[in-house]
Design a protein. Sequence first.
Length: 75
Amino acid sequence: MSPLFAILYITVRATNKEGNMIITPNSRDTAIGLVEEGVVDWETMARAALSYMSTDDVDDMLDCNELSERFMEAE
């Protein structure tokens, strides 16, 4: 991962007791980076995410991306 890529995908999570920002990587970007670096493939990452999510989360994700039944029936 290039330094520029790393800088662009960092989010600020908190500050320490001295008031300095503690910067941690965004977990979504970390997951995408694992795929882009060849550590895992997209299917493995998708299966891991779907297995972790509740069925309500999966239903919501499908609906938000217009992939739920109500959108498929309209075609």
